[in-house]
Design a protein around this ligand. Structure first.
Ligand code: HEC
Length: 136
């Protein structure tokens, strides 16, 4: 009797662990919250197709070397200089800027009085990683 209930406990534990692992792997591949639906970034960006800003697929292709020139005619080197891609994009999304995809500016998303917040920097990093992964 005792042995049986012990076995049951082990089975339940194993099943919960399996569920946890499945949930985790699904979540890792998911789009970050801020990129979804009509959330903040998506007021100006779509995954595919032009909006106020360039599509994320286009950005991803460009920085993954699958598109030679941006819509401003720039090469990756022209666009980011000597800064590593991910670092450049995190900074650009934080502080805003224009000129790599036309004259429409992207406003600052996290540099209120030049004091980036830890939470926003984490979210922006996640978003940039997600965007870069689209055309890998
Ligand atoms: C007000 C509209 C607007 C919002 C909101 C916005 N963007 Fe942008 N984004 C733009 C425009 C316009 C550009 C093109 C800038 C340029 O030409 O250099 C751009 C460019 C980019 C680029 C490419 C930068 C480069 O130099 O290649 C990335 C990556 C990006 N946005 C991500 C984001 C993320 C992530 C968010 C949400 C935190 C966001 N954007 C919010 C308008 C916006």
């Amino acid at each position: 009797m005792r042995k049986k209930s012990m076995l049951k406990t082990v089975k339940v534990a194993a099943m919960s662990l399996a569920c946890l692992l499945i949930t985790n792997s699904v979540m890792a591949a998911e789009m970050p919250e801020m990129a979804r639906g009509s959330n903040y970034c998506s007021t100006c960006h779509k995954v595919e197709g032009k909006s106020v800003g360039p599509s994320w697929m286009e950005i991803s292709k460009f920085y993954n070397g699958k598109m030679a020139r941006s819509t401003s005619g720039k090469s990756v080197q022209d666009a980011i200089g000597d800064v590593p891609v991910e670092q450049f994009l995190i900074r650009k999304v934080s502080a805003g800027g224009h000129g790599n995809w036309g004259n429409q500016p992207m406003l600052a998303n996290d540099n209120v009085y030049n004091k980036p917040t830890e939470l926003k920097q984490k979210q922006i990093k996640e978003l940039v990683e997600y965007i870069l992964s689209l055309a890998k």
